[in-house]
Design a protein around this ligand. Sequence first.
Ligand code: IMP
Length: 186
Amino acid sequence: MKQIDPQGLIKSKLIDGEDIRLKVKQLAAEISRDYRGKCPLMIGILRGAFIFLSDLVRELQIPAVVDFMSLSSYGTSTESSGVVRILKDLEEEIEGRDVIVVEDIIDTGLTLKYLIETLKARNPASLEVCALLVKEGKQQVDISARYVGFRIPDEFVVGYGLDFAEKFRQLSGIYAIDLAKIERCR
Ligand code: IMP
């Protein structure tokens, strides 16, 4: 860990990689059951969801199509503002299709709210959200994610695809960052 985190920004492990693996299997089993006989379009939100999406689809027992979107949310490095821009749009048409948005983390929920409204306007047959993490008590808008991996306390977290300043995505667990240390580094 010292080489990946030379500044010592990581303060604690919140979720072990093995627990994530089991949870992803469980979520994939639920999706496979709920979408039996269908072929959902799984939309991964870049970049944070890339590891979650790739593990999730490999556990599915039904056919599925994968596509990606990339969004930029204006704000500070650790807080989103709700003003969202689409950096990369879908390559697939979603009209009449069963869509599952795969997101790394729901914090304020502002990014996802914007995304859901944008996708609903394209008339999918159904639209659900699968989020690996939800920060407890932080949502500023009403977001109902049908599939949720873990509810976590209000910490800035990294690992399993999530980053701080583009670092730490490669960690197999979820770790909390020491924000006080980051303030001091600035
Ligand atoms: P929201 O709009 O506040 O819900 O934030 C959504 C996006 O902000 C997520 O998809 C992440 O990319 C990023 N984000 C929010 N909280 C964290 C965190 O604790 N660690 C890493 N990224 C985060």
